[in-house]
Design a protein around this ligand. Structure first.
Ligand code: NAD
Length: 465
């Protein structure tokens, strides 16, 4: 792969940088070795870069250094292959000084009151900043509100760097960029480049997802584009970090709003006896102007239920409103309760009161074939059913146990998928591809399906919701 597919402006002092990427001598540090950071570290390792992973979780660091994986889709062989090219994990931020590029992939969740929790980004940049040196590139990948890179990352680096005269590089009007600054990287380069991965999507390899990059100046954009261009097939430079931050939010808010739309239409269609999934598939045959989104029991994962609030919060700071986002959030958040009501009604039609019912929930992961239950609507649905007196069990091949998290406290173990006739209802919340839906329907008394996983099965036992 060529080191870059982005034509860097000339005379910006990056010759050594391009050369080191070409020779693979660039030391790449990835901070935050979770669902985003670890696969990214492995991609750079595959391309024979010298990669160091940083994480404050010593269990993860030890596991990786022992050649073990803690993410389902990453095999231990991948970790060991990376180790053979020099990959190592550490909790020591002093190692940052040895890095040429530092890519930050730490969580950006919400506080209870739905405001951005920036504590992970703040503590990360505070830990990194004292160890930075001239010529390094720092890139924030975590999803966040527009302005974060400038207000938090650049500000913190400049504050820590003030004493040692180390500042973030920035082209300033009137400041010469040409020959007198040739090959001179007298400060730190900073950019934002959002992670756009779609967990569980095996159709689009990660390298094929174009990498949007917004640097604080043209040099940072060029440096980051060269680095990412060595592993991603396409880089998409934008004019500022804020434009890159907003790009990621637009993508996820677009999904959130469209999922809310089909969730609302699903309720109407079910009421009118129309098959919403048939309607979506028919609409999707239009070669332009329509993109298919599918309804479900609500939205989950780290992005769709969280990211829109980052923009709403920013808008509020500016005295502006985001009505589409609020409405989409309202519709999506109501979906778990809609599923609970539909389940209770289906049980009652079978002559079973909720307080006497035993229900098996299929799938606690927030979507098909992923080992991630962050913000999963299944958790809310299980808790709400329990509050109604339902005895709930669950099965999920990815989660042998479910304990407690930010919004739930379940302490449950996955039930084997057998003797299904002992349950009054099997409730499909996550349509994992490992399940044999024909057998599940055949063995169950009643199946409530919130994912249309049983689309091929014609049975009076199935209730779609
Ligand atoms: N998971 C996804 O599919 C996905 C997709 C697109 C974007 N994102 C965004 O990427 C970012 C990371 O998400 P994730 O899913 O990888 O999170 P994660 O929780 O899986 O991983 C984050 C890692 O960062 C570590 N960490 C926390 N604070 C740290 C610190 N101060 N220093 C070093 N390490 C620290 C944690 O221990 C953890 O291992 C978030 O902003 C998220 O919104 C995630």
């Amino acid at each position: 792969m060529t080191p870059t597919n982005f034509a860097a402006p000339s005379g910006i002092g990056l010759d050594d940088w391009f050369q080191s990427i070409h020779l693979r001598t660039t030391n790449v540090g990835i901070v935050g070795l979770g669902y985003v950071g670890l696969p990214l570290a492995l991609l750079f390792s595959e391309e024979r870069f010298q990669v160091t992973g940083f994480d404050i979780d010593s269990a993860k660091v030890n596991s990786l250094n022992d050649g073990k994986s803690y993410i389902h889709r990453i095999e231990p062989e991948h970790i060991r292959a990376a180790q053979s090219t020099g990959f190592q994990a550490t909790s020591s931020f002093a190692e940052v000084a040895r890095m040429d590029a530092v890519l930050i992939c730490v969580p950006t969740p919400l506080h209870e009151d739905h405001t951005p929790d920036m504590s992970y980004v703040v503590s990360t940049i505070e830990a990194i900043a004292p160890h930075l040196r001239a010529g390094q590139l720092v890139v924030l990948e975590s999803t966040t509100y527009p302005g974060t890179t400038e207000d938090l990352i650049v500000e913190t680096i400049n504050r820590h760097g003030a004493k040692k005269r180390l500042q973030v590089l920035r082209d300033e009007p009137g400041r010469p960029k040409g020959s007198d600054r040739q090959n001179e990287l007298d400060g730190v380069m900073v950019a934002f480049s959002p992670e756009r991965e779609d967990p569980g999507n095996i159709m689009v390899p990660r390298r094929d997802i174009p990498k949007v990059i917004g640097g604080v100046d043209a040099r940072a954009t060029a440096a980051a584009s060269a680095l990412y261009g060595s592993i991603f097939h396409r880089t998409v430079p934008v004019s500022t970090p804020a434009a890159a931050e907003m790009t990621k939010l637009l993508e996820n808010i677009y999904r959130c709003v469209n999922i809310a739309l089909v969730n609302e239409m699903k309720q109407l269609c079910l009421h009118m006896g129309i098959d919403i999934w048939e309607v979506i598939d028919a609409a999707a045959t239009k070669p332009f102007g329509f993109q298919a989104f599918y309804p479900g029991p609500g939205v989950g994962g780290h992005c769709i239920p969280v990211d829109p609030f980052y923009l709403s919060w920013k808008a509020q700071q500016l005295g502006l409103s985001t009505r589409f986002i609020e409405l989409a959030g309202e519709v999506n958040e109501a979906m778990p309760h809609y599923v609970v009501q539909a389940t209770v009604r289906a049980l009652e039609r079978n002559g079973v009161a909720a307080s006497d019912a035993t229900v098996l929930v299929l799938g606690v992961a927030y979507k098909r074939d992923v080992d991630d239950l962050r913000e999963s609507p299944s958790l809310t649905i299980i808790e709400t059913l329990q509050q109604l007196g339902v005895e709930v069990q669950y099965n999920d091949p990815f989660f042998p146990t479910v304990s407690s998290g930010r919004k739930y406290n379940l302490q449950m173990q996955s039930t084997p998928l057998e003797d299904l006739e002992r349950f009054d209802c099997v409730l499909i919340l996550t349509d994992h591809s490992i399940y044999n839906y024909g057998e599940i329907v055949a063995q169950s008394k009643l199946v409530v399906d919130s994912r249309n996983a049983t689309r091929a099965i014609d049975s009076a036992k199935v209730v779609r919701c």
